[in-house]
Design a protein around this ligand. Structure first.
Ligand code: SAM
Length: 242
């Protein structure tokens, strides 16, 4: 349960080097032997990494989407966040296997997974405006009214998503539960930091088809010939101070 979760006290304290070893300063130094040190030194960030995570898949489950996104955005660090220990371990193991299989191309060095409760510790992991994309795919519906507070979309949690997302960044949502879809739309539309993307813009968005087809839940819904409800929300600029 939660009391066994470890999390950094601030994003500066988070050690990403074990998650993305190909993007650490240590590897930079090794590369520096061959020459181009100057530019690379300039791109280092405070906690020993060349890059920061920019895409988060919240409640990533077995990582179907994570592993589909990694080759689509080979220069971007992508993180799955999952609360179940065994599922997190499965994804981490699969990351290791895919990296070994793709040693020659360096594939999947940009994908990793942490065990965390995304409802509690997001700002401990990410700086303000760090992320460009957040995926909330088939979140647990928590059907009963008294369980609604366990949903990962709420006015308060949307403020946390707004904090870690940069202006112009996108929250992607998909579910097969119409009631939950309406709930997510209502809570994001009500939040001053977000606007919903129109149908056309949504369907032209490069990640939407992948989110429909590559998530484990998406595949299950497909097999059962169920419906999938999609909604995307753009992080707006903060209004200027008066
Ligand atoms: N996103 C995947 C997909 O679309 O196939 C998995 C969807 S599954 C229905 C929901 C996942 O969210 C589960 O793996 C669950 O353990 C995880 N989850 C639920 N609450 C969470 C939380 N607070 N923080 C992180 N993960 C959570």
């Amino acid at each position: 349960s939660d009391h066994l979760l470890t999390y950094p006290i601030s994003p500066e304290q988070m050690d990403w080097s074990t998650h993305y070893p190909a993007y650490t300063i240590r590897n930079d130094k090794e590369e520096n032997v061959t020459g181009d040190s100057h530019d690379q030194v300039e791109t280092r960030s405070a906690n020993g990494m060349k890059k920061k995570v920019e895409i988060a898949d919240i409640g990533c489950g077995f990582g179907g989407l994570l592993f589909a996104l990694a080759p689509m955005f080979p220069e971007t660090l992508i993180l799955g966040i999952e609360i179940r220990t065994s599922v997190t371990e499965y994804v981490q193991e699969k990351v290791r296997a895919l990296r070994t299989q793709n040693k020659d191309t360096g594939g999947f060095q940009n994908a990793s997974c942490i065990r965390a409760n995304s409802m509690k510790f997001l700002p401990n992991f990410f700086f303000k405006a760090q992320l460009g994309k957040i995926f909330l795919c088939f979140p647990d519906p928590h059907f009963k009214q008294r369980k609604h507070k366990a949903r990962i979309v709420s006015y308060t949690l949307n403020s946390e998503y707004a904090y870690v997302l940069r202006p112009g960044g996108i929250v992607y949502t998909i579910t097969d539960v119409e009631d939950l879809h309406n709930w997510m739309v209502e809570h994001f539309e009500r939040h001053p930091s977000f606007e919903r993307l129109g149908e056309e813009e949504q369907e032209n968005e490069e990640c939407v088809a992948v989110m429909r087809s590559e998530t484990e839940e998406g595949k299950k819904v497909e097999r059962n010939k169920g419906q999938k409800f999609v909604a995307l929300f753009r992080r707006l600029d903060d209004p200027p101070w008066p």
